[in-house]
Design a protein. Structure first.
Length: 202
């Protein structure tokens, strides 16, 4: 889901700047990792908000998404964010060659909507460099985005759909933690705001 596609451009720019500082603080101070020479892969990048947030901190960002409409919006937004080190491609990340590796791989608001969870995790880890970071951003009950039918105080609120959505994100959260434990991955850092942010090393 992309909650920012209809936001005013000045608000989006300010939001992205705040996210850049957020990620800079986590990687520099919590993970003790300098991203200056890092190559980033943003899986399911959508309109590129997370890609643009990382852009000022890294060497390059590749965003990949199966939706041409999302990729078109992301490409048009490069000028808005003055990002010259970001590349967006339409496609499925599982088609990426395994000999291409990244320092950081991002999966933002993705795992709760996929059908092949284990395969996606395995493929992502295969593309991650040694000592690299897999960053998973996962929604919580507070992450309603722009869907009016998921907002309890809105007239279009759909309780059945809302309950199903909450059940799904909770189930996926348990699945993520189980995968980390069963595959002996290291949960380097965890942070929770309206989303759950997990920084994982293999």
């Amino acid at each position: 889901m992309q909650p920012y596609i209809n936001m005013d451009s000045s608000r989006i720019i300010e939001f992205v700047k705040c996210r850049t500082e957020f990620y800079k603080n986590i990687f520099n101070k919590k993970l003790m990792m300098n991203l200056n020479d890092s190559n980033i892969l943003d899986i399911g990048c959508g309109t590129g908000i997370v890609s643009f947030s990382f852009s000022p901190l890294v060497k390059s960002v590749m965003g990949i998404d199966p939706s041409q409409a999302m990729i078109d919006v992301a490409n048009r937004s490069k000028t808005l964010y003055k990002s010259t080190n970001v590349t967006f491609i339409k496609g499925i990340f599982s088609d990426l060659c395994s000999d291409v590796n990244f320092n950081v791989i991002i999966m933002s608001n993705l795992l709760h909507i996929v059908n092949n969870f284990n395969y996606i995790m395995e493929k992502a880890l295969s593309l991650l460099k040694q000592n690299g970071i897999l960053y998973i951003k996962h929604p919580t009950e507070k992450s309603i985005f722009g869907s009016t039918d998921l907002k309890p105080n809105h007239e279009e609120f759909n309780k059945i759909k809302y309950d199903k959505w909450i059940l799904n994100i909770k189930k996926t959260k348990r699945r993520i933690y189980k995968y980390i434990k069963s595959n002996n991955l290291l949960l380097v850092y965890k942070y929770t705001d309206n989303n759950l942010h997990l920084f994982i090393s293999k």
